[in-house]
Write a protein that binds this ligand. Structure first.
Ligand code: SF4
Length: 317
């Protein structure tokens, strides 16, 4: 089983079973370089208010700025970060509709279009390792996630049969699922332990045989990193691929790029093209990402705020 197909099948299954935002390949660190395979963000009390703002990710620097929903502020006095980062955040916040602008004496003043809500609850990170006999850096990756405690739960998902020897190598707090990507059957071999996300954590930056480099991540830094993670997940989702320009591909109802010629889900960017023996050049089938995501998850593609802005723009076109 290839890791890409396993990951997509798991994302589709989670999306079908959970009322959550599912995303993949997201930064799960404070200072390090950890990339989480799959992330499930469970909605909190303000989810509908968040969904009403924009379908895109809102830049955390804009959320953390002194710009509020009340009176407009001169943007340069509202950010407490590097000026280039502030300007990028400003532009993105304006483009996605989180900020609106006014001009005062040739200066740009901005305000939030809506108060940023407390919209997410628990975050679950899932590390995929279809074949446990080829673990790579699995142990270090899971230990990094547990020690940092950025997410509420860490789970290992595998297609292998999990033996006692495997379990002993996996940190105790990590949950274990045996997942069959063909049938969607999922067996919980071990429940995950809830991690202390509100406290400081230890971030493993480098783990060598002779020494391990770590740093303390404060509770505040973790809060910011969780916000960044949740926002990235909301904007990105998990269908981040195009289907191949091949007559053989048959996307399934969840939008997975299934190839009957290979008898499995394929990774189009690596496996498809004239080098493939079964390739039959054709129009690329539409990915339908927005429609599928809107139908199958709580993500909102056309929120009220966006519709209002568009009708406002139409009046001037
Ligand atoms: S290019 Fe090959 S692997 Fe890709 S869809 Fe076509 S037959 Fe399948």
């Amino acid at each position: 089983m290839q890791e890409f197909g396993f990951e997509l099948a798991l994302c589709a299954d989670l999306e079908a079973r959970r009322d959550a935002i599912v995303s993949r390949q997201l930064g799960g660190h404070v200072r390090g370089r950890r990339v989480l395979d799959v992330v499930c963000v469970e909605p909190g009390p303000g989810f509908a208010d968040r969904a009403a703002i924009t379908p895109e990710s809102i830049p955390p620097a804009a959320i953390g700025s002194a710009v509020g929903p009340g009176h407009a502020r001169y943007w340069k006095e509202a950010f407490d970060c590097d000026p280039d980062r502030a300007e990028r955040a400003l532009e993105r916040a304006l483009a996605c509709g989180f900020f609106e602008r006014e001009r005062h004496r040739s200066r740009t003043y901005v305000r939030q279009t809506a108060r940023y809500p407390d919209w997410y609850d628990r975050i679950v990170a899932i590390e995929n390792k279809p074949d446990l006999d080829r673990p790579g850096a699995l142990e270090t990756q899971l230990l990094t996630d547990v020690k940092l405690g950025l997410v509420d739960e860490v789970v290992l998902a595998t297609a292998s049969h999990v033996t006692g020897a495997h379990r002993n190598r996996i940190p105790e707090a990590v949950g274990i699922w045996e997942f069959d990507p063909d049938t969607g059957d999922r067996v919980v071999v071990r429940e995950a332990v809830s991690l202390p996300t509100g406290a400081s954590g230890v971030e493993i930056l480098d783990r060598g045989s002779a020494r391990t480099e770590v740093r303390i991540a404060s509770a505040r830094e973790k809060r910011r990193a969780r916000l960044r993670l949740a926002e990235r997940a909301y904007g990105k989702g998990w269908r981040t691929y195009d289907h191949p320009a091949c007559a053989r591909v048959e996307p399934d109802e969840a939008g997975l790029p299934y190839c009957p010629w290979k008898g499995r889900i394929v990774r189009p960017v690596e496996e498809c093209g004239s080098d493939c023996g079964g390739h039959e050049p054709a129009e690329r089938p539409p990915a339908d990402v927005e429609r599928l995501r809107a139908e199958r998850s709580p993500w909102e593609p056309e929120p009220e705020g966006k519709r209002r802005r568009q009708s406002g723009l139409d009046r001037f076109s």
